[in-house]
Design a protein around this ligand. Structure first.
Ligand code: MHF
Ligand code: KIV
Ligand code: MG
Length: 277
């Protein structure tokens, strides 16, 4: 059935993600921040595209994700949604709620989640935290907005941790994480990102939940994986923690192409007659 707007719903839905977990099919997610990249990702068959607040680092050049605003997230999300709509709209588009857009109160969280959902046609929002944000997660899912959780290393809390080291290495924090995962599932989340925690713990959490876990630096026992697109394409080679697998070396490709262009301009070999009117 066609939507009244003429826009299609995504092929991958929260329901489909749950089915994938039950069938043991892994979920492949990547981040994107713009139209061009979103088109390529959707065409390539990725299951979900995360408009991450990592845009703060890789797009805007900040040191942390904290400066990102709701308006900036919406700007990126709109571009990404246009990208998947230009393709088959297969992938789900999930948008990170930025720092301080859901921590203040459940009311504020609902307002901001609603704003993010209303301004474009993304499919879900993502929020970092356990017990503390459970009420907000429940309120947001209750009004019909799918929520993805995010536990383990939570970059919006980096000033509390003081480093990007592996989380939940100790018994107490691991126990807390298992409990938080359960709480976020019960609050209504459809999936949970597990960032930079031991594989064994991620496996335990994945088996204890009905909803899928999406890991980043959390080992092979998660129900899916996510990476920042710039990292996996080798666009910023300075950032290379062990959980990043580099599938391309695009920074070298771009550097060489730009060098060639600069040489061609300087030597007057670009543009040619064919490239002129
Ligand atoms: N480009 C990029 N990729 C990411 O995965 C990412 C972002 N940015 N920004 C938001 C968060 C922050 N994330 C991070 C940041 C650092 C490490 C990390 O492993 N850093 C150091 C180790 C730090 C330590 O052990 O003290 C490293 O090995 O590079 C991991 C995830 C994940 N997210
Ligand atoms: C690393 C992923 C999970 C994320 O939250 C982001 O890109 O902002
Ligand atoms: Mg994020």
């Amino acid at each position: 059935m066609n939507q009244p707007s003429g826009n299609k719903l995504p092929h991958v839905t929260t329901r489909r993600m749950l089915d994938m977990k039950q069938r043991g099919e892994k979920i492949a997610m990547l981040t994107a921040y713009d139209y061009t990249m979103a088109r390529i990702l959707d065409r390539s068959g990725v299951d979900a595209i995360l408009v991450g607040d990592s845009a703060s680092n890789v797009f805007a050049g900040h040191n942390t994700t904290l400066p990102m605003t709701v308006e900036e997230m919406i700007y990126h999300a709109k571009a990404v949604v246009r990208g998947v709509q230009a393709e088959t709209r297969r992938a789900m588009v999930i948008v990170d709620m930025p720092f301080m857009s859901y921590q203040l109160s459940p009311e504020d969280a609902v307002r901001n989640a609603g704003k993010i959902m209303k301004e474009h046609e993304c499919d879900a929002v993502k929020m970092e935290g356990g017990k503390v944000i459970a009420e907000a997660v429940k309120r947001i899912t209750d009004i019909g907005i799918p929520v993805m959780g995010h536990l383990g290393l939570m970059p919006q809390s980096i000033y509390k941790y003081g480093s990007y080291k592996v989380r939940a290495m100790e018994e107490e924090e691991a126990r807390q994480l298992i409990e938080d995962a359960k709480i976020i599932e019960e609050a209504g989340a459809f999936a949970i990102v597990l960032e930079k925690i031991p594989s064994k713990l991620a496996g335990e959490v994945s088996r204890s939940l009905t909803i899928p876990t999406i890991g980043i630096g959390a080992g092979p026992e998660c129900d899916g994986q996510v990476l920042v697109i710039n990292d996996m394409l080798g666009l910023n080679n300075e950032f290379h923690p062990r959980f990043v697998r580099r599938y391309a070396d695009l920074s070298s490709v771009i550097e060489q192409a730009v060098k060639n262009y600069v040489d061609d301009v300087r030597s007057n070999s670009f543009p040619s007659e064919d490239e002129s009117y």
